[in-house]
Design a protein around this ligand. Structure first.
Ligand code: GSH
Length: 258
């Protein structure tokens, strides 16, 4: 998200760069906290907002996986994680899952997708899924920085988002659906590409409600995906899906990281 664009404030705690990349149950420790303390459900460490964690929430929800969340509300909580040495690159998102403490959003999403059969049936399908997801992530990157911009820059960014969505990204997915005539983007089953496309469509609609006006197949895609039971549940009020960041949420994030 924007935090990455803004540059980072270096943290001076611990030697988290020396931690092993993969964690074995036998190692029993990552930082100062025991693996035995890990929850059976994936546990997500992030602030109480969308940011980079939201796609992870979406993918887990689409896979029907229940998860817990620990929200960073203060700088102290973040510094505690740094001191405990559980953030490999001193950054969140961090997800405790299957005895690992995973960081790096892409690695986390790939793991979840592979584990829950949302990553195609073979290497070629996976490659295509990765390309489609690359597009949704690029578009999402333009959207995620929006709440952190000045009022003047927001207007420019809104126009930029709409222009990129309608002239670069959505035409691609519309054509894919038209060319193969199937329900899903890749193969004939749900994949992370479908989930991440639905996520970015809904986000883009927050900037221009009729943004799909010229994309009839994406309109029916959206309706179809939104009706998948796990996704439908996630779209209901009260789910772990997060709202668009308001001024207070932005101020809180800035206080934690900067
Ligand atoms: N490449 C990482 C970037 C993560 C990242 O930028 N995280 C921000 C919060 S959204 C952070 O922890 N910033 C604090 C810092 O970099 O010191 C990923 O995709 O997970």
């Amino acid at each position: 998200m924007l935090l990455a664009f803004l540059g980072t404030r270096s943290a001076s705690f611990g030697n988290s760069c020396l931690l092993p990349l993969l964690f074995d149950q036998d190692l029993a420790f990552s930082g100062n906290r025991k693996f035995e303390e890990m929850s059976a459900k994936p546990k997500l460490y992030y602030f109480d907002g969308r940011g980079k964690m939201e796609s992870i929430r979406w993918l887990l929800a689409a896979a029907g996986v229940e998860f817990e969340e620990e929200f960073l509300e203060t700088r102290d909580q973040y510094e505690k994680l740094l001191q405990d040495g559980v953030l490999l690159f001193q950054q969140v998102p961090m997800v405790e899952i299957d005895g690992m403490r995973m960081v790096q959003t892409r690695a986390i999403l790939s793991y979840i997708a592979a584990k829950y059969n949302l990553y195609g049936k073979d290497l070629k399908e996976r490659a295509v899924i990765d390309m489609y997801v690359g597009g949704t992530e690029d578009l999402m990157g333009f959207i995620l920085m929006f709440p952190f911009l000045s009022a003047e820059d927001k207007e420019k960014q809104r126009a930029f988002i709409v222009q990129k969505a309608t002239s670069r990204y959505f035409p691609v997915y519309e054509k894919v659906l038209k060319d193969h005539g199937k329900d899903f983007l890749v193969g004939n089953q749900l994949s992370r590409a479908d989930v991440q496309l639905l996520e970015v469509i809904l986000m883009a609609e927050e900037y221009k409600p009729d943004i799909l006006a010229k994309f009839p197949l994406l309109q029916s895609f959206k309706a179809r995906m939104s009706a998948i039971p796990n996704i439908k549940k996630f779209l209901q009020p009260g789910s772990q899906r997060k709202p668009l960041a308001d001024k207070n949420a932005v101020a809180k994030v800035m206080k934690i990281f900067y």
